[in-house]
Write a protein of this length. Structure first.
Length: 91
């Protein structure tokens, strides 16, 4: 009898974890990186915030060897699709 209660509690807790992860993934904004538009090299954030900076924000995608790919300079063109999203940051 006690074993049955434990199993149902585990199912409820597991379901709550999946729900929380789904809500978090759906409400997240795409990754934002400051990059050089020509070379697509990742720059320090001040290059995008200073008026003298030459960086542009790049949304989504991934990074490898200090360069970005698979995203867009247009924020509205990038949507997070939650599970299975390919917005990992490697480097």
């Amino acid at each position: 009898m006690d074993k049955r209660k434990l199993r149902s509690g585990t199912v409820v807790l597991g379901g709550m974890g999946v729900l929380a992860a789904t809500l978090t993934a759906c409400s997240s904004e795409p990754d934002e990186r400051c990059v050089d538009r020509v070379t697509q090299e990742i720059l320090p954030s001040y290059e995008c915030t200073d008026s003298d900076g030459h960086g542009t924000y790049y949304y989504g995608g991934s990074s490898h060897n200090n360069r970005v790919s698979g995203g867009s300079f247009n924020r509205s063109a990038v949507e997070r699709d939650g599970f299975g999203s390919s917005s990992s940051s490697g480097g």
